[in-house]
Design a protein around this ligand. Sequence first.
Ligand code: SAH
Length: 215
Amino acid sequence: MRDLERARMVDQYIIPRGMNDPALLAAMRHVPRHRFVPGKYSLFAYVDGPLPIGYGQTISQPSLVAEMTAHLQLRKTDKVLEVGTGSGYQAAVLAELADQVFTVEIVEPLARQAAHTLAELGYRNVRVRVGDGYEGWPEEAPFDAIIVTAAPDHVPQPLLDQLAVGGRLILPVGTYSQTLELHRRTGTGYERKTIMLVRFVPLVRPTGTKSEGRR
Ligand code: SAH
């Protein structure tokens, strides 16, 4: 359903932004974004804008989902962590391109709804967990790629720790406006690259979490 709209979305908003990886374009043409947004916004599912998904949260515009995913340079064998499941849309795109996807969401009803949608669509390689993604998913580490779709004010050390050597971490960092940063773990440390300015909802920490500043 709505394949033509998705094909048009890829032609209008994604290819012109320089993305040309066939597997990524195929994933963007395949994942039914309209199934991840509330019914009243279904009509706008293939316009290149963010949409509300409830609980004050939003799903990013498709071109940004594609661009962040492209930077992860996923291989079919990769194990990926996502922080900020939201609707589950980004997780589905990752699931098309990687082997296993682990995704953490702090708002329980969103996690439940996302898990339901992903199961309905037949994604068997995604696991959704409720919790504070700042801490990553230590039991499943290391990850070949980590994507954060809510903005912390500094790079969470647990996520850097949970990257495999050669692994990539993409995340927005900052408070009011944020910089999209790409980190890569090398044999001896980390490389960091800034990509562009972006605007995400803040990464929230559970109340009672010690605000410990930069580590
Ligand atoms: N990737 C999502 C959009 C995410 S919006 C999609 O494709 O729909 C950002 C999400 O991050 C929100 O659902 C928000 O509840 C969640 N979030 C915020 N702080 C978090 C934290 N500490 N741990 C996990 N999820 C968090």
